[in-house]
Design a protein around this ligand. Structure first.
Ligand code: PLP
Length: 502
């Protein structure tokens, strides 16, 4: 496996994450160093609080902390809240923060100002968007020539069947409340499933589990041609690749801000309402913050104009202002450059995995084609020699952490051990290792090291374990995705990863 020509020149002379675990002698370490040296975004890493001991490949789940956030929060808490108190709603710009921060996110997702509002969680915004979209689709149908009651009924909501579960749960409730039927459809089959009854399609831009990028322009155009409306969930694409909401005529979109946008745990989500749709956006949660005259305290609801219609109640000011400070990490950064680096990182990771990992132990489930790949690589762990049969060493301990009585198979043990060795990705049941690549702060040496450590963990586990004993949960063959179990905590805690959402 080692390349002697490369070995004879020390691959790295600068300090970096690659060095610390002994990059010398690793065939692709020198190339990683060259790629880092040529990376135009390399300096952006300094905008984040990170430690050199850890390769953090979970920024698609919880982005790292941008340096500017802590000092800004000290000011917000000490001065704006501590001294200014209620005056800050006006004088510190708290009241208008949802739209102001929304416009900054808009820049990253291709939305002109005035169409994005930061508010609530993604789950809540899915609800607002889907119900409002059904209302618009029904109104469209009624207004069409030969419209209701003779026109199409528009009583179906199509939902991405591979979706992150919350979207499906919320869409199911929205369907019941609006008298619609919910039809789960794989994204690749949405276009063929559209018809005169389709009211709304809710679909993810990037699949959270596999990292597959779906065809936003094509699906949006097909949904519109069928007379329906589309809601895109951008949780795993915003901040990782260009989205082009305005360019592609998207109706509504939602997304969270704590993944690639680094807004922090529980940072509020956003809702995009295309300008043309705003006068017809009829929110199912018409709280006082979205009233045309919020301080008029009128008993009758009159919606405000514009994206403000997406607001509900009092904003989470502390989280919202942390997010605003976090977005400074994007100053001067082009999303196209981020995308270029993201693809280079995932390409390089796939190459390193191919070169280092023993054959037959993992299999990429993320598409090879750039046009179908988000900013993560998901690897399915193949049975190999399952962990769990070994005793008294690191691999055995890791197996104990990950293959408990709840039937979590060997992939959980592999990720627990990777995390213990300083490579933080995550695990999705039943057998997927997920690695997120955040171009603002992940380098090529990180990528190379992650693949090397993964290979070591798999080799160590194979060396420690024999075939799993009958009845060992690690021996249970994978039966396909079980999205509903995604957030179930692992028995015994393991590395704690299973208790973390998304
Ligand atoms: C992360 C994620 C969510 C998160 O929803 P919350 O309401 O913030 O918990 C929703 N949908 C998708 C597709 C996600 O990836």
């Amino acid at each position: 496996m080692s390349d002697t020509a490369e070995q004879s020149t020390p691959p790295m002379t600068v300090t970096g994450p690659g060095d610390r675990s002994g990059a010398a002698g690793r065939p692709l370490a020198a190339e990683a160093a060259r790629l880092d040296a040529a990376d135009p975004l390399r300096a952006l890493r300094d905008r984040f609080v990170l430690d050199e001991e850890t390769v953090y490949l979970d920024g698609n789940s919880l982005g790292a902390l941008p340096r500017g956030v802590a000092p800004r929060m000290a000011e917000v808490i000490g001065h704006e809240w501590g001294r200014m108190r209620i005056r800050s709603w006006e004088e510190s710009g708290w009241w208008t923060a949802p739209e102001r921060v929304g416009d900054r996110i808009g820049e990253l997702i291709g939305a002109a100002p005035g169409q994005v509002v930061v508010s609530d969680s993604t789950s809540v915004n899915v609800f607002k968007a889907v119900v409002a979209a059904v209302r618009v689709a029904r109104a469209d149908a009624a207004e069409a020539p030969g419209g209701a009651p003779d026109g199409p009924v528009r009583d179906e909501i199509l939902v991405d069947a591979t979706s992150f579960p919350t979207d499906g749960y919320i869409a199911e409730s929205a369907a019941r409340m609006t008298g619609c039927v919910l039809r789960p459809v794989a994204p690749g089959e949405i276009v063929g499933a559209l018809g005169p009854r389709t009211a709304v399609v809710l679909v993810n831009h990037v699949d959270y589990r596999t990292g597959r990028l779906h065809d936003l322009p094509g699906i949006t155009a097909a949904v519109h041609a069928a007379g329906a409306r589309v809601v895109w969930d951008l949780c795993h694409s915003a901040g990782a690749l260009p989205v082009g909401l305005d360019e592609h005529g998207v109706d509504l979109a939602v997304g969270c801000t704590y993944k690639y946008l680094n807004g922090g745990p529980g940072a509020p989500a956003y809702l995009y309402v295309a300008r043309a749709l705003q006068p017809r956006f009829d929110s199912p949660l018409p709280g006082w913050n979205s009233h045309a005259d919020p301080f008029g305290m009128e008993p009758r609801y009159t919606p405000a104009d514009g994206a403000v219609r997406g607001r509900v109640g009092t904003p989470d000011i502390l989280s919202l202002l942390a997010l605003e400070a976090a977005l400074d990490a994007w100053d001067g950064v082009e999303v196209t450059a981020v995308r270029a680096k993201s693809l280079a990182l995932t390409d390089f990771f796939l190459r390193c995995v191919g070169a280092y990992v023993p054959p037959g132990r993992v299999e990429p489930v993320t598409p090879e084609a750039h046009g179908e790949r988000g900013s993560q690589v998901s690897l399915r762990c193949l049975p190999g020699r399952p962990a769990g049969a070994g005793t008294g060493n690191g691999a055995g301990a890791a197996a104990g952490a990950g293959s408990g009585a709840d039937g979590v198979p060997a992939a959980g043990a592999v990720m627990a051990e990777l995390i213990r060795r300083g490579v933080v990705g995550d695990f999705r049941r039943p057998d997927v290792l997920r690695f997120g690549f955040t171009p603002l702060y992940t380098g090529f040496a990180d990528v190379e090291r992650a693949a090397w450590v993964l290979a070591e963990v798999l080799r160590d586990q194979d060396a420690a374990g024999g075939p799993a004993a009958p009845g060992d949960p690690a021996a249970v063959p994978a039966t396909g995705p079980r999205p509903a179990a995604d957030a179930v905590p692992a028995a015994g805690g393991g590395a704690g990863k299973e208790a973390r959402p998304l």
